[in-house]
Design a protein around this ligand. Sequence first.
Ligand code: SMG
Ligand code: MG
Length: 389
Amino acid sequence: MPRTAAPVSPTAGPVPGGPRMRVDAVELVRIAMPLVSPFRTSFGVQTDRDVLLVHLLGDGGEGWGECVAMSEPGYSSEYTEAAQQVIEGHLLPRILAPDRLTAAEVEALMAPVRGHRMAKAALEMAWLDLELRAAGRSLADYLGAVRAEVDCGVSVGMTDTSEQLLETVRGYLEAGYRRIKLKIEPGTDVDRVRAVRERFGPDVLLQVDANAAYSLEDADHLARLDEFGLVLIEQPLPEEQLLGHAKLARRLATPICLDESITSAAVAAEAIEMGACRIVNIKAGRVGGYLEARRIHDVCAARAVPVWCGGMLETGIGRAANVALAALPNFTLPGDTSASDRYFHQDITEPFVLHDGRLRVPTGPGLGVEVQRDVVDSLTTRSTVVRRR
Ligand code: SMG
Ligand code: MG
């Protein structure tokens, strides 16, 4: 069962950041990154990542951001190509028009464009990197981090057989991961969870993620998972069904954690008040950026709802920002912040390496990682430059 987080006082007020920055050119770089192994979820299989990188140039410095959208609209309605289009056609014209801006002002200028949170988050991340590098300040410090390293879990994709799953989980536990998350879908769910629990024992922190594969009619079936002492069940129902999750929660002993449903701090507050979730997965990309992610952290902290940092198979750029976020006080459960080698043979920054089941929070200015331009270039499938008019 999950540790119940002690109430944590919310981080107060708007964060003072760095100076206003002037951006002269924006490079949108698309890279193709093969995954070390296919990642199967209830909505599809990923074999490589089509990643959109945002590279800002201005004021003698640079800033990098990463868009977490996948190539297909399976996890959410956003997808990489659409993110690039909305950035080029609607977001950049708004944020390149004024002379100088902070990341917080960039966020406000993008707000009139509805949705497209992953696209907005990528621009905000790059702007934060640019601004905080100029200020000589780390993102972790800016966000209010309280830890130098964060506990890491790993998200395990579905396999053809139970034996393959057990073998994969064994490898991750040997590598030191502090929590295992199994992707589930109707049909194999109970058997696979039982197999893992029986093989590795009651002490392993174990949780499951359905990516919206169930309906409320499956409540009795999902209640069969209660006997396995799971930390949580993540997003059992479709993202729009907050009330459905609240009804389901009353029929399960396992705490419900929401992922896809939580698109803003306002939705998080409503979901908690309705009883739709007892735990929240925070992904900055899903909610429009790190500033909104921090607000969700605060909303949850004020309500004694623990949070943890989700993942979207990020490169070292997005991982650096996620690890900084996961160092905030109310991130009391291990996140899907795994080491670079769980995803890629070669990352585009220095790799994130697991030490005793933890990743170190970068301390350098901005995101605190250096992008290896030669590696990016070798993976580039398309590059577009947008200049200030
Ligand atoms: O980054 O380790 C990671 C992936 C974590 O399972 C993960 N993400 O629903 O939480 C989730 C999924 C969304 C992405 S699946 C391609
Ligand atoms: Mg999820």
